[in-house]
Write a protein that binds this ligand. Sequence first.
Ligand code: NAG
Ligand code: NAG
Ligand code: NAG
Ligand code: NAG
Ligand code: NAG
Ligand code: NAG
Ligand code: NAG
Ligand code: NAG
Length: 389
Amino acid sequence: MKSVRSRSSSHYSHLVLLLCLMELELFHAAAEDIHTLTPGTVMNDFDYLWSPNELFRLKFFSVGESSNHYLGIEIIKFEKIVWVANRDNPFEDTSGVLNITEDGNLLLSNRHGIRITLNSESPAMSSNTSAILLDSGNLILKAGDQIVWQSSDHPSDTILSAMKLRLFAALNSRQPREHLLTSWISIAIAASGTFTLGVDPNKTNQLVIWLRGKLFWQSGNRNGHNFTYFPASGPFNDLESSNLKFSYISNGNGSYYTYSVPPNYISLFAINPTGEVHFFQGGNNKYSIWYLYCNAGEENGSKGCIDKKPSKCNSGYQFIQKYGYLESWEHLYNFSLALGDFKDMCINNCSCKAYGSLQTDGKGCRFSYDQILRYQNLRNLFTCATTAS
Ligand SMILES: *[C@@H]1O[C@H](CO)[C@@H](O)[C@H](O)[C@H]1NC(C)=O
Ligand SMILES: *[C@@H]1O[C@H](CO)[C@@H](O)[C@H](O)[C@H]1NC(C)=O
Ligand SMILES: *[C@@H]1O[C@H](CO)[C@@H](O)[C@H](O)[C@H]1NC(C)=O
Ligand SMILES: *[C@@H]1O[C@H](CO)[C@@H](O)[C@H](O)[C@H]1NC(C)=O
Ligand SMILES: *[C@@H]1O[C@H](CO)[C@@H](O)[C@H](O)[C@H]1NC(C)=O
Ligand SMILES: *[C@@H]1O[C@H](CO)[C@@H](O)[C@H](O)[C@H]1NC(C)=O
Ligand SMILES: *[C@@H]1O[C@H](CO)[C@@H](O)[C@H](O)[C@H]1NC(C)=O
Ligand SMILES: *[C@@H]1O[C@H](CO)[C@@H](O)[C@H](O)[C@H]1NC(C)=O
C-alpha cells in the first residue's frame, strides 16, 4: 500500500517536473538572444541583447516585488545593473520593447504610450543604423563606423572603466555638459535619488558627493594616484599593485576623471541610495568590494565629510537600523525622496528621533518624535542609537 502510494506520488512529481520543463522550454523559446539590433528587429521584454563575450547584457528587469519595470544593462560577473534607460519613466508591465525606428533612432516604447527616444539629443542622420552592446558595458547606436549615441555618455549610478566622470565640455562640442552619477531612490527604484557624485567645479581634480545639491563629501586633493580621503585600505592607495589606471584629464573638451583596467579585468564604481560609493573589481573569477563613504559618526571635515551639524540624537549622526515600533509617526508621501533625504531631514530637526521608509520598496517616509515603546517588524527603520532600549 505504502509503496503504491509513494510510486503514484513519484509519478505525479514526474508529471509536475515535465510540465515545468515544458513551461521552461516555452519560456525559453519565447526569449531571444540578440547580438545586434537592426531596423526591423524588436527586443521584447524577455529578450537579451548580449555583448560579444557575454560580459554584459541589456535586459528588462524589476527588483524584488516592485512593480517598476526597467530596461537596463547588467554586468554578469557582479549580477548588478550598471545603467538604466528609463529610470524616471518606469514601465508597469512587460509590454516594453526596444527597436530602431524607420529613421534610425533607438526607441523604447510600451503598450501604454510611453515612447522614449534614447538618442533624442543626437538624432541619427541615417536610417541605416544598428545598436550593439560592447564588452565594456557601453550600448552604442552606430551608423556605419560612426557612433551616433552611447549609453556611457549618460551614466546612471555607475562608472565603468573607460567611462568619464566629467564636469563640462567646450561650448562647441556635441558632448554632454556633465557626467554625474546619481543614486537610485532605493534598491528597487531606479529613479534619480538623493546623492550625486561628480567632479568639483571649483577644484576640478577633486571628486565630490552632493546631497540634493548640498556638498556632502569630498575626496580631498589628489596627489599622484591618491586622494586625501580615500581609505588607506582602499583600491586607490594601492594603485600600482592593483590594476587600475586612474587619470585626470583637463583640456579644451573639459575636465574629467577616467580610469582603465587591463583586458579581462572588470571593475566599477557605483553610488548607492544611502550615499556610499561601492567599488567592485575582479580579475579571474575573484573579486572584492570596497566602500567609500561618509560614516554616520564622522566629525565635520574628517574623511571628507562636510558640514556635520550637531543633532539631537545622543550619538550625533549615528542612526542604527532597528526593528521597532513607535507610538506616533508623521508620514511624508513624497515618492521622489529617498532614505538619504529622510536621514538628512531627521538630523536637521532637533526633535526627530527616528526615520524610516513607508513602504518596503523604499517609497515614502515616516518620522517619529517619540521614544521607542515596543518592537514590531518594521523594515527600513532607523533610530538614534541611544534612544532605543
Ligand atoms: C518600432 O516601434 C515603433 C513603436 O512601437 C513602431 O512604430 C515602429 O514601426 C517600429 N519600427 C520598426 C522598424 O519596426
Ligand atoms: C547599412 O550599413 C551596413 C553596415 O554598416 C552596410 O553594410 C550596408 O551596406 C548599409 N546599407 C545601406 C543600404 O546603406
Ligand atoms: C564652489 O564654489 C561656490 C562659491 O564659492 C560654492 O557655493 C560651492 O559650494 C563650491 N562647490 C564645491 C563643490 O565646493
Ligand atoms: C595615499 O594616502 C594614504 C593616506 O593619506 C597614505 O597612507 C598612502 O601612503 C598614500 N598612498 C600613495 C600611493 O600615495
Ligand atoms: C576634443 O575631442 C575631440 C573629439 O574627441 C578631439 O578630436 C580633440 O582633439 C579634443 N580636444 C582636445 C583639446 O583634446
Ligand atoms: C564644516 O566644514 C565646512 C568646510 O570644511 C565649513 O564650511 C562648515 O562651517 C563646517 N561646519 C561646522 C558645523 O563646523
Ligand atoms: C518632493 O521632493 C522633490 C525632491 O526634493 C521635490 O523636488 C518636490 O518638489 C517634492 N514634492 C512635493 C510635492 O513636495
Ligand atoms: C521638527 O518637526 C516638528 C514636528 O513635525 C515640527 O513641528 C518642527 O517645525 C520641525 N522643525 C524644523 C526645524 O523643521
